[in-house]
Design a protein around this ligand. Structure first.
Ligand SMILES: NC(=O)c1ccc[n+]([C@@H]2O[C@H](COP(=O)([O-])OP(=O)(O)OC[C@H]3O[C@@H](n4cnc5c(N)ncnc54)[C@H](OP(=O)(O)O)[C@@H]3O)[C@@H](O)[C@H]2O)c1
Length: 215
């Protein structure tokens, strides 16, 4: 059994592809995890499906209230609505925004600002926003034959928040790369779109970013 970590991580939208994969791997790494959903029963079922007790599945807002680090894994269509729903309990917590500004059909949605993460900064002005995980494949995380691997590109304006997320990345067994300020998020979101296209072209679902020579 891995040593338990004192980090409390809530996964908002944790019943979904990326969220459930992250929850499973974080739990496996000894991190205290809460799975969030818009529906309490769905949250409980998702928690149980990865070996957590049913009370580790809660409504998104309750999971966010409990956590120190809140990972947002919802489609861009739902981004604003979900962030508004957790805003009352977020204060100055660390928010990891994984959102890629793509429509559900895989086509790009029209950008309102530079990136989904910068929209998050406007919606949650006191929170410490770190953008990341855009280029990590949910299929890789879900595959029991693969250990989590590759680089997790992070950006954000708060160095200590970024370091906290980097620690979480290292607990997952992946490597964190600080790509700079939150203004880089648009590039990371675009990179994810490129990876999606590459995965489609090569009939893969699990390709992510691996940067040679960078630890
Ligand atoms: N999939 C990947 O490999 C991957 C990789 C990197 C980044 N991302 C980004 O991570 C985010 C999540 O991707 P995903 O593939 O995990 O998405 P998903 O499985 O389609 O959805 C994740 C969760 O979001 C909630 N949700 C779905 N539609 C919603 C809506 N209209 N309104 C409110 N909540 C809704 C659902 O949870 P409840 O119904 O339980 O509330 C769902 O389980 C996206 O922004 C994506 O761009 C994905």
């Amino acid at each position: 059994m891995p040593e338990r970590s004192s980090l409390r991580v809530a996964i908002i939208g944790g019943s979904g592809h990326l969220g459930l994969g992250l929850a499973r791997r974080l739990h496996g790494a000894g991190v205290e995890v809460m799975v969030g959903s818009r529906d309490a029963a769905r949250a409980q079922a998702a928690a149980q499906s990865i070996g957590l007790p049913s009370d580790a599945g809660r409504l998104n807002v309750e999971a966010a209230r409990w956590a120190a680090v809140i990972v947002v894994t919802v489609p861009y269509d739902a981004h604003r609505q979900i962030l508004e729903s957790i805003a009352p309990v977020v204060s100055d917590k660390v928010i990891v925004d994984t959102t890629v500004r793509l429509g559900r059909s895989g086509e790009r949605a029209t950008p309102v600002h530079g990136s989904a993460a910068e929209e998050a900064r406007e919606l949650l002005p006191t929170a410490r926003i770190v953008a990341g995980f855009h280029t990590v494949s949910a299929a890789m995380l879900a595959d029991p034959a693969q250990r989590p691997h590759g680089h997790v590109l992070l950006c954000g304006d708060d160095p200590s928040a970024k370091e906290r997320v980097a620690e979480m990345v290292r607990l997952l067994g992946m490597r964190a790369v600080d790509t700079g300020k939150l203004g880089q998020a648009g590039i990371l979101e675009s990179l994810a779109g490129l990876l999606l296209a590459i995965n489609r072209r090569y009939k893969r679902r699990d390709l992510g970013i691996e940067v040679a020579g960078l630890d």
